[in-house]
Design a protein around this ligand. Sequence first.
Ligand code: ATP
Ligand code: MG
Length: 433
Amino acid sequence: MRHLTPNPLPVLGMIKGIKGVKDILPEETPRWRLIEETARQWAVRYGFQELRVPIFEVTTLFARSIGASTDIVEKEMYTFQDRDGTSLTLRPEGTAGTVRAFIEHNRAADPLPQKYFYMGPMFRHERPQAGRLRQFHQFGIESLGTSDPRADVEVIALLWRILSDLNLPALTLEINNLGYTADRESYRPLLVAYLTRDMERLCGNCQRRVETNPLRVLDCKVPECRAATEAAPRLADSLSEKARGYFAAVVAGLDSIGIPYRLNHRLVRGLDYYCLTTFEVTSTSLGAQNAVGAGGRYDGLIETLGGPPTPAVGFALGLERMVMMLSETAPVSLPGSTTVYIAGFGSQGSATGLSALEELRLAGIRSVSDFRAGTLKSHLRQADRSGSRFTLIIGDDEVAKGTGILRDMTTKAQRDVSLTSLSRDISSLLRAS
Ligand code: ATP
Ligand code: MG
């Protein structure tokens, strides 16, 4: 007869993370921190201040600022109803929140220019693949209040310095001149006339874009669309003298400070408040998702969101893609192992071990112990595993004598250390070694 055992708890399936949403494990965080700290340091050096805005906002903020005819607003936003029915959205990018905060806190009344940077997770419902996630991270900057080509140069230079300092491989900076709204208005019918002559050659997306956002057709990555637009009229030929002059000054500024760039007349943004300078950095080491960061001038946005007319220029960098590139070039070393392992055992030794651990930590010494270990032997095994430089042995005998035994884990040499001046003695030992 089968013996029936009681089954007190039903076994449930493992709960997994969401598709396209990744954990960043301890092996990877040093690489992330290097990137974050490098970006932060350069931003501060260029006079930018950190701004932290919320991860969710009312949906209309993004709909209005990013634009209804963009991929983000059309199909990528994580939108949900709050309990009172308000429509909220997880931020898909950082500019909208930054500008909302700038307006809401009446920062325009303070002296301009104001230069902000931000960093954090963004959310877009896209098809997950290498370098394309549903929760991803950006570092971005917004320079508000200056319509001078040198502000564009400053922003592009900052972008380039961050990426160069990290030694990211095979980078190309491309820039283009979008002109003013009026320039694009005179160009738009020329482009639309060209595109509608042979709509069949365009992908389904672009056939729609011809109506909603024709400039974006130039930017399409589908090879047939690229071929179809190869001979299209160029925006550059429709630009006003003023727009040409502005862009010439940006290019001259980049030349004067040694930032290498390539002109790309296909680089466009589809929205009216974008103007003049637009740019993108790509890397051939990234495969299909090759854009590392992108930005441009958006003089009309602040007014669109209800603020005073304020010129602005900024960029956003994708941190996941930078991490992927950094893994190729330089393995970032993990922080060194702990300095002291404390082997406290026996009834007195365990208690003294706990206070010694706290004392060393308060003195700034990286120290650990495995509280599961009950014998000296098992402590020493854990000390080896932890890779500590020293093990401090405190059994009941050591407590009685008032001295612990400090063992150098490489040379195996041992010495007595007084338990009453522990942190001072170990600190000076560490300084001397
Ligand atoms: P892409 O052409 O790759 O879709 P995008 O034009 O949507 O880029 P931006 O909105 O300009 O990208 O965002 C700036 C940067 O953020 C990109 O260059 C990229 O590095 C990163 N990025 C954008 N979307 C994602 C994503 N879903 N996952 C990871 N990184 C992303
Ligand atoms: Mg995208």
